[in-house]
Design a protein around this ligand. Structure first.
Ligand code: ADP
Length: 648
């Protein structure tokens, strides 16, 4: 009869989820529990014939035997970790083994061994350490040709038996890294790849499949059918079988969200079947590789941009200076800017040269506006100014500035020396001045002769000749006013436009100009509204010139609509006069340019004659009177020019 207590103990031992065995000191087994038998897939009798080396991974045997020896000597239990072959998966799994000695007469005659499955825990621990090493490798260099072979090498043999990394280079998937747990097989694997290059057909190439789908592919168990679907020849099939592909993971690698390669892990000799956890790990590694490729790309772009900027900085085509808005000190500059301001780099640093110290007083208001622009939008659009050099000379420049970082006050400024352009402009102005002066002398004598001819023709009473002479006279008058305008431009440039101030009635001046203009332009009607009956202090002749310019423009640029309106508005601080037409209008983008010298709206300049100086002169005249001139316009609807002059 079986003792019921012994029977209960046996069923407990068979039920607990641990492998249990009893062994003697010679290494002979005397007992296995049911768990052991099902794990190793053997019958008790057969199993009892086996030794440790039949179960344990060869890598753990020596250490285990050392523990047994020292347990005999020390008469102590021991605890260690070993890998035991799982007969179902043919994989070695990790177990925590505890050995409790069995004594007889104070000597050890054997052990009761318990084995607890700690495989998943060990794997998680390993993966943690593995991933941190992979991170270290991938951040060690920006050259993926250096890091990827290290990653592949580090993945074998613990994570996989093989590791390959392929990256698209010039449109072709190239093997960048290959590692195998047995280095001798590496050369053979490379040869194999040369002999059977990867298929271009994505239905027969698992790497291309993974890249196309953008998803990680895991095959836990590679069957013969699967191998056959990928190989072309029987020879290739045999080789693949010989290699013994057991399981595979292929994870796509991305750059700019496009798949540009694959990371492949293969298990062969170890016969391991990759788990879902392994798939996640592979995906994570592929993710880190993707990130490092992205970083490399960004780094190269930045490096390239740096190089480009350095070339510009060193080329001395344009001045570059750095400053801080907090103290306005120029803390660095390239040679070109130093040349403009006449300091060397040492002096710049030592003297802590400030922007405002090298800016002439008349440019300070504009500079302040630009600093405001910088602080509000981060960029100051180019403007013209001058710099004072150490020796007191001035350099005309165009400058633009940008905040280095929106949250900082550091500014990078680009400065273009426009001295040459200014010299050319000056010569052009001088030429215009001389040419108009020279043209004026013969024109004055032509006008004199016309007057003589007028008298002679009147005496002769020849109507036809008289008409011709009047036409000649009109053209000479036109020529004369063009030359007067050009001379005015020269005077403005030289600061010699003088005003002859007197007091007069605004309505008289406006009526006179309207009369003159409507006599020569009979096509249009000019009306005058509002309160024009006020006294004005100013240069009557020059203000007439402004009215004349605005009215002739209103008529010239409204060929289809024949009405022009003049309105006077007396405000407490200023008198505002407007000239409105219902003509072609002006594009909004052109409005800031209108009052520039020789500027004409390009889209219409071919269709209407003119020199582009009327508004420039008008602005100068009005500003000299302490007033303002401005415009409001809508394309194809019409334009209103306004000017204001202070009340008396
Ligand atoms: P211009 O001799 O060319 O008329 P202005 O200095 O008087 O020179 O005017 C400059 C430019 O402004 C003109 O070329 C034209 O393009 C535009 N402009 C001036 N007045 C008007 C207007 N009333 N309607 C439309 N465009 C105008």
């Amino acid at each position: 009869m079986i003792d019921p207590v012994e029977a209960s103990c046996k069923s407990v031992v068979d039920t607990i989820p641990h492998l249990i065995c009893i062994t003697n000191t010679k290494g002979k087994f005397v007992y296995f529990n049911q768990q052991w038998l099902s794990y190793t897939k053997a019958t008790s009798n057969k199993e009892l014939q086996r030794t440790w080396s039949d179960f344990f991974s060869s890598e753990d045997l020596e250490l285990f035997k050392n523990y047994l020896d020292s347990s005999i000597k020390q008469k102590e239990p021991f605890e260690t970790q070993v890998r035991i072959l799982d007969h179902t998966s043919q994989e070695h799994r990790w177990f925590l083994c505890r050995f409790l000695p069995i004594f007889e007469d104070d000597a050890i005659i054997g052990w009761i061994g318990t084995f607890t499955d700690i495989h998943e825990h060990k794997r998680a621990e390993y993966i943690h350490a593995f991933m941190s090493e992979i991170s270290k490798i991938s951040s060690s260099s920006l050259d993926y040709k250096k890091t990827l072979p290290q990653i592949a090498q580090f993945s074998v043999p613990d994570f996989a038996d093989w590791c390959a990394i392929d990256i698209l280079e010039n449109g072709v998937l190239s093997l960048v890294a290959l590692a195998h747990k047995n280095p001798r097989k590496l050369a053979w694997a490379k040869k194999l790849r040369n002999r059977y290059p990867p298929e271009r057909d994505e239905n027969r190439n698992s790497s291309l499949m993974a890249m196309k789908s953008g998803k990680t592919m895991r095959i836990t168990h590679i069957t013969d059918e699967l191998i056959r679907s990928f190989v072309k020849t029987e020879e290739q099939f045999k080789i693949m079988k010989k290699v013994g592909f057991a399981s595979v993971i292929i994870a796509p690698i991305f750059l700019d969200q496009k798949a540009v390669g694959v990371l492949s892990f293969v298990s062969s000799e170890s016969n391991r079947q990759f788990s879902k956890l392994d798939e996640l790990v592979a995906e994570e590694i592929a993710g880190r590789i993707s990130l490092s490729l992205q970083n490399t790309k960004l780094y190269k772009q930045v490096e390239h941009r740096d190089q480009q900027f350095q070339v510009l900085y060193d080329s001395n085509i344009i001045g570059v200076a750095y400053t801080n808005l907090k103290d306005n000190v120029i803390y660095d500059a390239n040679d070109e800017f130093l040349r403009m301001i006449g300091f060397n780099r040492k002096e710049l640093k030592k003297l802590k040269v400030k922007w405002d110290a090298i800016t002439p007083a008349e440019y300070k208001t504009k500079d302040q506006q630009k600093v405001y622009e910088l602080m509000t939008v981060g960029i100051a659009t180019p403007w013209e100014k001058e710099y004072l050099s150490k020796n007191g000379s001035r350099t005309p420049v165009i400058i633009g500035a940008v905040l280095l970082d929106p949250s900082s006050t550091e500014v990078m400024t680009f400065i273009l020396d426009i001295s040459e352009r200014k010299k050319i402009e000056q010569r052009k102005d001088e030429f215009i001045g001389i040419a108009s002066h020279e043209l004026k002398t013969p024109l004055t004598s032509i006008k004199g002769y016309i007057q003589i001819l007028e008298r002679v023709i009147q005496q002769m009473g020849d109507e036809k000749l008289n008409t011709y002479l009047q036409k000649t006279n009109d053209q000479v008058n036109r020529l004369n006013s063009l030359i007067i305008d050009l001379l005015d431009v020269s005077k403005i440039q030289a600061g010699k436009l003088l005003l002859d101030i007197s007091e007069f009635k605004l309505s008289d001046m406006i009526t006179d100009v309207i009369d003159v203009v409507t006599q020569t332009h009979t096509t249009h009607t000019v009306t005058c509204k509002g309160n024009c009956n006020v006294l004005v202090r100013g240069d009557r002749h020059r203000l007439e010139q402004v009215m004349h310019n605005l009215l002739s423009n209103a008529i010239k640029y409204s060929p289809k609509n024949k009405l022009v309106e003049v309105v006077c508005d007396v405000k407490p601080e200023a008198i505002v006069v407007s000239v409105t037409d219902f003509g072609i209008g002006i594009p909004n983008s052109e409005i800031p340019n209108l009052f520039r010298r020789f500027y004409r709206v390009p889209s219409i300049s071919q269709s209407y004659s003119g020199l582009g100086i009327g508004l420039y002169i008008s602005k100068e005249i009005i500003q000299r009177h302490g007033g303002k001139i401005w415009v409001e316009s809508e394309e194809q609807k019409g334009t209103s020019f306004y000017f204001s002059i202070p009340t008396v």
